[in-house]
Every structure is written in structure tokens, then in C-alpha cells.
Write a protein that binds this ligand. Structure first.
Ligand code: AMP
Length: 287
């Protein structure tokens, strides 16, 4: 596995490999099974002749003031071993100064999607995401890139940006990988206090319940209140947001569910910000 620290090094390596198809997996490192599942999908998409490139970059511009940029967990040596074992061909792991020129003045923003849901809780977050992903796409010029459905709104932002700016890159969504108790895997889970780690399984429990209730013909508003009440019954959980949106457009929904919907949760335990989501189906039409 080639380890590249600079844009010129990764570009030279990829130039030597082209025209082999290139599949990119962007990460912020501190890898877990969720990340590795993305690398396996990338490996399968690349095929025998293609090349898988993973990136590790904790992107400062997607963290707000007072968020966890400095305390975000890092372990590069372990990440490299895990990537090697998944058959990753090259890793791009630059320093911040390699990526951001202090004189930079260009940003990429999905104007509407960036303002809603997590964009409200974390102003500027999706501008940081869209800009860094565009930069990674321009540096690596992949044929395809893999992103997790765990970050549901992020995936929507990236699909929208690729469509709107004619990037011509295939975006592959990967299902959420979970711990045995249902907690969605996240690099941030290691920062949960032991009692919070136990309590955090309430997110997936609330989603399980909601999935069953969605099939009964309940309205979006009632379903949302029910999910919120389930989360609030856990005293350690500080609920940041519960939303039910159209699974495709992320538009708001009123009345009973008629199309697939996504339930989006953001909950804090101590200082740790967790998100989870589930796509639920409306009741089946009677024949
Ligand atoms: P991160 O390092 O948290 O920025 O995540 C890198 C990529 O891994 C993103 O596309 C995430 O959506 C994806 N990812 C993170 N956690 C999971 C998970 N539990 N299951 C599937 N994909 C995940």
C-alpha cells in the first residue's frame, strides 16, 4: 500500500496506474468496521484491475468553534494496518497545510440542504464537507466514491453537489454498520463514558420501534413525538433533533407516510454528538 502525504505524490501514483478505474473512500480515520465495509465495497467496485484509494483527513473546516476537532480520536498506524488488510492500494493522508492555502477564497455549498437538519445544529458543517470532498475529488479524480448511509444528509449533500456541478463521479451509498447492541459504529463512540455507552443503544431502539409504527399508517407528526418521547425517557440522552423527512428529497412530510421516509436522530451524551437514521416504509397498499 502506497502512503502519500502530498497532492503531488498521490497524483504521480495515480498517473502511473491510470487508466485503471479508481475508487475513493474518504474518511477522517480512527477506523472501525463501518469504514472497513466501505473499503470492501470499493474493492468490489474497483474489480481486479481497479485501484482503491482511501483518504484520512480530519477536516478542520467542517468543525465549528467549540466542536471536537482537537479531541477527535486519531491512530494513523493502526488505520494503515487495517487498510492494508482490506486491500487498499493507496492512502492519501495529508497535513492540514497541504490541503488549505491560507489565501483560499472558494467554497462549495449546497445552498438549501446545507441549512436544514444537521446544518442548523452545525452551521457551516456541510459547506466544509462539500468543499473538502470537492478538493479530494479534484486531487484524486476517482471514477467512483463510497460514502456511508450513517451520515444520511452528508450523502444527500454529496449526491446533490455531484449532480449540480456535473462532477461525473459515481456515488455509492453503504449501509450502516452497528455494534451488537444496535449502536451505529462511529469513531466518536470511544469517547462515551461507560454509562453513556450503555444508554446510547436507545437511538437504535427508538428507530426499531419507529420502523414498526411506520407500517401502521401513523402520521409523521405522531411518529416524531413518539420517537422523541422514547429518547427523552433516557435521562442521559440530550436530544438535539428528531426529524422525519422524505427519504429521497429530505423534504418535510405532513400527514401519514405515503412514500419511504427517513427518521433522523441527533443526540448528545456528555460532550459526544451521535447521529443515527433509518429509512422506513409506508403501510403497504391493500390490493
Ligand atoms: P468519518 O471517518 O466518520 O468521516 O466516516 C467516513 C465514512 O465512513 C463516511 O462516508 C461515513 O458515512 C462512513 N461511516 C461512518 N460510520 C459508519 C457506519 N457505522 N456504517 C457505515 N458507514 C459509516
Amino acid at each position: 500500500m502506497e502512503i502519500c502525504r502530498t497532492k503531488s505524490a498521490i497524483r504521480a501514483q495515480l498517473a502511473a496506474w491510470r487508466p485503471a478505474p479508481i475508487v475513493l473512500v474518504p474518511t477522517m480515520g480512527f477506523l472501525h468496521e463501518g469504514h472497513l465495509s466501505l473499503m470492501r465495497l470499493a474493492r468490489a467496485r474497483a474489480g481486479a484491475t481497479g485501484k482503491v484509494v482511501a483518504s484520512i483527513f480530519v477536516n478542520p473546516t467542517q468543525f465549528g468553534p467549540g466542536e471536537d476537532f482537537d479531541s477527535y480520536p486519531r491512530n494513523e498506524a493502526r488505520d494503515f494496518d487495517l487498510m492494508r488488510a482490506e486491500g487498499v492500494d493507496a492512502v492519501f493522508a495529508p497535513e492540514v497545510a497541504e490541503i488549505y492555502d491560507p489565501a483560499a477564497q472558494t467554497i462549495v455549498e449546497t445552498t438549501e440542504l446545507a441549512k436544514t437538519l444537521i446544518g442548523k445544529l452545525r452551521p457551516g458543517h456541510f459547506r466544509g464537507v462539500a468543499t473538502i470532498v470537492t478538493k479530494l475529488f479534484n486531487i484524486i479524480r476517482p471514477d467512483a466514491a463510497v460514502f456511508g448511509e450513517k451520515d444520511y444528509q452528508q450523502l444527500a449533500v454529496i449526491r446533490t453537489m455531484v449532480r449540480d456541478l456535473d462532477m461525473g463521479i459515481e456515488i455509492i451509498g453503504a449501509p450502516i454498520q452497528r455494534e451488537p447492541d444496535g449502536l451505529a459504529m462511529s469513531s466518536r463512540n470511544v469517547r462515551l463514558a461507560p454509562e453513556d455507552r450503555t444508554a446510547a443503544s436507545i437511538l437504535s431502539q427508538a428507530l426499531d420501534e419507529a420502523e414498526a409504527m411506520a407500517a401502521t399508517g401513523i402520521t409523521a407528526a405522531r411518529l416524531r413525538s413518539h420517537v422523541r418521547a422514547t429518547l427523552e425517557a433516557e435521562p442521559r440522552a440530550r436530544v438535539q433533533s428528531v426529524d422525519i423527512r422524505d427519504a429521497q428529497s429530505l423534504d418535510t412530510i405532513s400527514g401519514p407516510l405515503r412514500r419511504p421516509a427517513v427518521i433522523l436522530l441527533a443526540v448528545k451524551f456528555g460532550q459526544v454528538f451521535l447521529i443515527d437514521n433509518r429509512v422506513v416504509q409506508p403501510p403497504k397498499e391493500e390490493p
